[in-house]
Design a protein around this ligand. Structure first.
Ligand code: PLP
Length: 304
């Protein structure tokens, strides 16, 4: 029998002061990387109410989608393990053997891994294709890629433990976390989403769709598209060197796919005086440090 106990108490995620820049621009970091070792960062919050629904409905399991190094796949597999719910992961592209560390761990937690060709994967939110998949998984709760749905937005509200910052800055993949925060933060807060993907012009539309029409209480938000470093999971020596310096100076680990790019972007914007004087800036560490493994495989073990 599955149990929701794992998600019952919200983990303690402290806000650490990082630095004060000229003009008294104060920068802080919300340490969601400390959420849970396996259900890490924003994924804990995005999965919470999805697992609640699946358990309440006595679902047979949870089905979802992601890349071979996906933090979402990893976190969903772990949450399934901790809640006693079977999980199925449709993986983009072929599944190479031996399994990479992300998929090996997901498999060890009991996730059934099924490859989808890149062409099929592109159809992952197409109604006809989904209907077909759902016929093979009757009674399962389906989660979109990244877990971004209405229930994820609800969970993201619970990240907010302090409402006094002028800016919240976070990395965006699907934008689900941004949408959840924009709905729940005070209207005096400005939210900056730094896209982890290149050519993320579609992102604004997708976020608007997630937000729906009820925008009365939403706070202002902006997408920053300039810090993708060549694209999703692409990176360069400048980013690595920035991350190394940051980690040494502030003793906070970063990942090169999401939070590293966001922090680079925020520091660069501060140097360009994007933010007004006398403001407080909260950077959201969205966790997912396991995802660095794929980057190490690609760029060399000692790079970060
Ligand atoms: C999944 C993920 C994101 C992206 O979150 P979205 O809600 O899809 O925008 C950001 N950071 C980390 C570390 C992630 O794992």
């Amino acid at each position: 029998m599955g149990s929701f106990k794992f998600f019952e108490s919200v983990p303690n995620t402290p806000i650490a002061p990082v630095a004060t820049f000229p003009g008294n621009r104060q920068v802080f970091m919300k340490r969601l990387d400390l959420t849970h070792q396996h259900v890490s960062g924003n994924k804990w919050f995005k999965l919470k109410y999805n697992f609640k629904l699946a358990l309440d409905q006595l679902a047979s399991g949870v089905v979802t989608f992601g890349g071979a190094y996906s933090n979402h796949i990893y976190a969903t597999a772990a949450a399934g393990y901790y809640c006693g719910l079977p999980t199925v992961g449709f993986i983009r592209g072929e599944i190479k053997r031996p399994l990479n560390p992300t998929l090996a761990q997901a498999h060890a937690w009991g996730m059934k891994l099924i490859p989808l060709s890149r062409e099929e994967y592109r159809l992952k939110s197409n109604n006809g294709f989904l209907k077909q998949l759902k016929e093979s998984y009757v009674g399962y709760h389906f989660l979109p890629e990244g877990g971004s749905n209405k229930l994820a937005l609800k969970g993201c509200k619970e990240m907010i433990t302090d409402r006094h910052f002028d800016y919240w800055c976070l990395s965006c993949g699907t934008g689900g976390t941004l949408a959840g925060l924009v709905r729940a933060l005070p209207q005096t807060t400005k939210v900056l989403g730094v896209a982890a993907l290149k050519g993320a012009n579609f992102l604004e539309k997708e976020i608007r769709e997630l937000l729906g029409n009820n925008l009365n209480s939403a706070c202002p938000w902006t997408l920053i598209l300039d810090y993708h470093f060549g694209g999703y999971a692409k990176t360069d020596l400048e980013l690595f060197s920035f991350m190394k310096q940051f980690q040494k100076k502030y003793a906070i680990p970063l990942d090169p796919i999401y939070t590293g790019k966001m922090v680079y972007g925020v520091f660069d914007l501060i140097s360009k005086e994007y933010f007004p004087e006398e403001c407080s800036i909260l950077m959201l560490h969205s966790g997912g440090l396991q995802g660095s493994e794929g980057i190490r495989e690609k760029y060399g073990k000692n790079i970060i």
